[in-house]
Design a protein around this ligand. Sequence first.
Ligand code: GTP
Length: 434
Amino acid sequence: MALIERSFRERIILVGVTIPPETTSETEEHLDELGLLVDTAGADVVGRMLQRREHPDPATYIGKGKADELREESLVVDSDTVVFDNDLSPAQQRNLEKILGRTAISRTEVILDIFAQNARTPEGRAQVELAQLRHRLPRLRGRGVDLSRQAGAAGVGGGTGAGGARIGGRGPGETKLEIDRRRLLARMSKLEKQLKELSKTRRTQRKGRERSGIRNVSIVGYTNAGKSTLLNKLTDAGVLVEDRLFATLDPRARRLDLPGGEAVVLSDTVGFIRKLPHQLVEAFKSTLEVVGESDLLVHVVDASAHDPDGQMRAVREVLDEIGAADVPELLVFNKVDVTTEAKRFVESNPGSVAISALTGAGIDELLDVLGDRLRSMSHVVELVVPYERGDVLAALHRDGEVLVESHEDGGTRVRARLDDAPRSRYAEYVVEAS
Ligand code: GTP
């Protein structure tokens, strides 16, 4: 009994540095968010420390005196790991670990760890592992503290996840991260090859859908906005929903039949977040491609969040980074059941909808608006298809919505609603509307 003196969750101190023009209250806010991420990763926050500096210290990021203070504090609160809100260079990380006598990691490693714990499909797992290895490669040398941790020898403090390792030491699923440089490089190139294959398959599937004229709609939004809940509500997809950040890792595609009769493919995407690590955006390119190639984005915003505007901006920054800034967006303000803010946001954003993905309030309106938006994006065209091209006529029925069909000397005259992509395939049969 006496052995169970403390919880087996890893104990973390958060560190934030305010560098102007950032304000102290902004740093505090980012640390709050980092605390949520640490909790999602399965560890406990037992302290936090802030410093204001003009520039980061090249050797230790925080000042030397502050690093000593941090060591004292770590002893007092019995922390296992110190998490910095900013990225640390490999040298800073090494120096800090020497002073602190415990591991020092950054927000990036926490986010990578959460992704590692949540990766579900083979593609997602390969992507996360690759991102982790890319992050790890320049940090291999001289991190004595870390190497024992990576090898899964964490002992007390091992949280959930593979092998009881700590944040930064877990790979996706049961995979332990490799510690040998040569094996690590070989593993990376194997993962890259695997991902290329998977991305080819994904592209073929997408082409198939495109040919059949089905539109792609992606649900995007800040992490915890309610994307999975909405997908479930709309399609009864049974996607795993957890009250944790990043519960969704891999995009899941589901068919959704709109009230007007059209079918769309609805994809859930990974939650976006401020300072999404670059390695992740890189590794997830093929997954995030889905977003850029969508016909419409349903951008879900948690109207009850502390700063919905800031979250919307963060999402748009990521969209920009993945080349999806030009895809039309339908703004959806969620959690109307717990906040009156949703209604206020709808008023200041024409064309948006307020919903509760949980209770279903506003879902019918959302489906109507979604259908309207999609219909307004397709165009009605008039075509004459020669009688000997029965194959083209059949394809037209598949690709679009045939509104009127009549017969004349030159062939079958068809008035049809077609999307941009299929429309270009029938260019030679298009005639002026009569
Ligand atoms: P990530 O996968 O982290 O990006 O999250 P997500 O955007 O997919 O959010 P998810 O659907 O997992 O929901 C996050 C939390 O918000 C869960 O606890 C949901 O139950 C809750 N939630 C979602 N929609 C609503 C809503 O309309 N009202 C309320 N009160 N809670 C909601």
